[in-house]
Design a protein around this ligand. Structure first.
Ligand SMILES: C[S@@+](CC[C@H](N)C(=O)[O-])C[C@H]1O[C@@H](n2cnc3c(N)ncnc32)[C@H](O)[C@@H]1O
Ligand code: SF4
Ligand code: SF4
Length: 364
């Protein structure tokens, strides 16, 4: 059966172009999220078979310590205690997640850098050793990615992806955006990683994620990235507009750094990230959102005290969904420009209001 599924997946990949596959997979995930949400809000369906959120990826914050101070990030003001997750808790939560039938694990923290995590390679080895893990990945500023670490990183298989966040194509811009004078180190590390992938024929994927003022892409390193992209060694992505961390990062702060602020979205129903983005914090608590809740105020459980399955179906996550559905958004969500409605764009008019109204009698 597993062999048949592998053959079908390979045929699908060979026959359908990547952009179409990405759209299909996004549409499939969105429909699944809506379906999960409908089940969780319907008392009769929930009573017959208790529903839970089914995140496509489990986010795990190995550490919330960072070595940079990006102008667009809330990390420099974080008041949450700094911590590193013990390996036992990590292994236990990953295995629980896999046992629930899921397969993607991301080591990107809400804030913090994976290379500031002294257990990073133990975690990567653990994930690589689990055949049920289909993909594992993290974002990093790459500053601490030294040559000996690059050798180990490029030894993992094709399930592993590194996303390198990069803040400027000259020393002054990099320092203004990333808050640290580490332009040379970041360039050397990202170059080293790409060159090692080429030299070793490594199967890992690398994406360079630009966090630079629009139009400032130029110079030797930019030319190098374009060349490596054309050789198929990397992909390059960029943020066009920057979000506000629930209001912590102001528009003038972003503009002064030459960055474009993201316009505030209209909030319509629950944020989709409550279904897709629970993150296990370094201290074992689980936050409902992996994105922009720097102080972790959306806590829905604790893996040191409860099984993961209970956390994903418990009263706290249901309470948050209910609050969002009522339009009573918690402080972290109220002004968050990262908010993404669970309802697709075509439902944003009267359709979602009608649906909420029609399903109200079934709500718990
Ligand atoms: C919070 S960081 C954590 C991982 C790692 N420290 C890093 O910077 O890659 C995850 C990603 O969020 C991005 N990010 C942080 N604040 C942002 C903002 N206000 N708008 C857009 N992206 C942001 C970072 O550039 C990074 O790519
Ligand atoms: S964006 Fe990443 S690298 Fe920059 S301060 Fe935040 S956590 Fe650190
Ligand atoms: S509104 Fe923002 S903070 Fe709240 S769940 Fe969505 S992305 Fe996370």
């Amino acid at each position: 059966m597993a062999l048949l599924a592998d053959i079908a997946r390979a045929a699908w990949r060979a026959a359908v172009p990547a952009p179409v596959r990405a759209r299909v997979s996004d549409a499939r995930e969105r429909i699944a999220d809506l379906f999960d949400y409908a089940l969780m809000r319907s008392s009769p369906a929930d009573a017959s078979r208790p529903a839970r959120i089914r995140p496509h990826t489990l986010y795990i914050e190995g550490t919330n310590v960072c070595n940079a101070r990006c102008v667009f990030c809330a990390y420099p003001r974080m008041e949450r205690a700094k911590a590193t997750m013990p390996m036992e808790a990590f292994a236990s939560v990953v295995d629980q997640y896999l046992a629930l039938g899921h397969a993607e694990v991301d080591l990107t923290p809400i804030v913090g850098d994976p290379f500031a995590d002294r257990r990073l390679f133990e975690r990567l080895d653990f994930l690589a050793s689990r055949p049920a893990v289909r993909g594992f990945h993290f974002f990093t500023n790459a500053i601490l990615m030294k040559p000996e670490l690059i050798e180990r990183l490029t030894g993992y298989d094709g399930r592993f992806t590194i996303f390198c966040s990069f803040g400027g194509f000259d020393r002054a811009t990099y320092r203004r955006i990333m808050g640290v004078d580490k332009f040379e180190e970041a360039v050397a590390a990202i170059r080293g990683l790409i060159d090692a992938k080429a030299r070793k024929g490594s199967a890992i994927s690398i994406q360079v994620n630009l966090r630079v003022p629009k139009g400032s892409e130029s110079g030797e390193f930019w030319d190098y990235l374009l060349e490596k992209k054309s050789e198929g060694l990397i992909t390059v992505d960029a943020v066009d507009d920057f979000d506000n961390w629930g209001g912590d990062i102001s528009e003038p702060t972003l503009r002064q750094a030459g960055l474009v602020p993201k316009p505030p979205p209209v909030h319509r129903g629950p944020c989709r990230r409550l279904l897709t983005g629970p993150t296990v914090l370094a201290d074992g608590r689980v936050n409902a959102c992996c994105c922009r809740d720097v102080e972790a105020t959306l806590i829905i459980g604790d893996v040191n005290a409860q099984p993961l399955s209970e956390i994903l179906s418990g009263a706290p996550i249901r309470g948050l969904l209910e609050r969002h559905a009522r339009g009573d958004y918690p402080k972290a969500c109220r002004n968050c420009t990262r908010y993404e409605s669970i309802y697709p764009a075509w439902m944003h008019g009267w359709v979602w209001r009608l649906l909420e109204l029609l399903t109200r009698p079934f709500h718990g």
